[in-house]
Design a protein around this ligand. Structure first.
Ligand code: SF4
Ligand code: SF4
Ligand code: SF4
Length: 271
């Protein structure tokens, strides 16, 4: 949908963590009015609604993604169904009702449980500061196909994680440096490097606020099915441990990260 310059400028001033949602609501307002261009009038209507009825805008969770599905060439994994499945799962957990029962005072947007998906390690959608951050991952696998020593994989790797030793027949991947972006696999003309394990890296407990912290990464790369099971379990852990609707990161700090890991192990999600 087209936006007038002043409407676009006004929404650009909205704090980043709610901007996407505000933009969506303003467009919905324009559609409701039968307009083909978003104007300041639509922005003002939504602004008044947000100011007067902020609590009604809080749905208890937020599921967001990067712009990978709009055709970004960097996607390490291209799964167009996961986002909707996460939304359906989060909605089924009735988090708004839960938060209303735990929070003393008005429900605010920052109380929402945040699930953020990025389709590659560039992490444009900032999964590192979400309650659950998902990062698309594709591990390179070295096959038996002869390497031409063209060096394309080395050039493609921004982490300097690939070594082409004179004496070795195949490239060596330093897994401690590799971010699973999959770029080297795409660059390899012979198939010596192929796409290996694909899925999502998972980080938990990231947040901003007065005591910011980055999410801690769980070991491994998770399939879509395991991401959904893990998200379901993380919300169960959150609702069983939180006292006043604190952010997941605070809950993990208080309960102990190990307790959460054991919770996941008991559900067969971690080894
Ligand atoms: S996170 Fe990666 S896939 Fe998503 S928009 Fe950014 S660069 Fe593209
Ligand atoms: S997957 Fe990405 S980070 Fe890992 S070796 Fe290949 S190019 Fe480097
Ligand atoms: S891109 Fe492929 S063929 Fe070229 S050096 Fe790397 S592994 Fe060998």
């Amino acid at each position: 949908m087209k936006w007038s310059h002043d409407a676009e400028a006004a929404v650009a001033k909205v704090p980043f963590f709610v901007r996407k949602r505000v933009k969506q609501r303003v467009e919905e307002e324009a559609v409701r009015c039968g307009a083909s261009t978003v104007t300041m009038g639509h922005v003002e209507t939504c602004r008044n609604r947000f100011l007067n009825k902020m609590e009604d805008e809080v749905k208890g969770y937020r599921v967001e993604a990067c712009f990978g599905s709009s055709g970004c060439p960097n996607r390490a994994v291209a799964d167009d169904e996961l986002l909707q499945q996460l939304e359906t799962l989060a909605a089924s957990k009735r988090l708004r009702e839960f938060l209303v029962s735990r929070i003393d005072g008005k429900l605010k947007l920052h109380h929402e449980f945040q699930i953020v998906l990025a389709d590659c390690p560039n992490a444009c959608s900032r999964p590192q500061i979400a309650d659950i951050g998902l990062i698309g991952a594709c591990m390179p696998a070295v096959t038996d196909i002869a390497c031409s020593r063209c060096g394309a994989c080395v050039d493609a790797c921004r982490e300097s994680a690939i070594a082409l030793d004179e004496a070795a027949e195949h490239p060596e991947i330093d897994v401690t440096k590799c971010l699973s972006c999959g770029k080297c696999c795409a660059a390899c003309p012979t198939g010596t490097l192929a796409r290996g394990a694909q899925g999502y890296r998972v980080q938990v407990g990231g947040k901003l606020g007065r005591h910011p912290q980055l999410g801690r990464e769980l070991p491994g790369i998770f399939s879509r099915e395991d991401v959904l099971r893990l998200t379901d379990s993380a919300i169960d852990f959150y609702t069983s441990e939180t006292i006043q609707g604190e952010r997941f990161g605070e809950v993990l700090n208080t309960a102990g990260y190990e307790k959460f890991r054991n919770f996941l192990k008991n559900r067969g999600l971690l080894i």
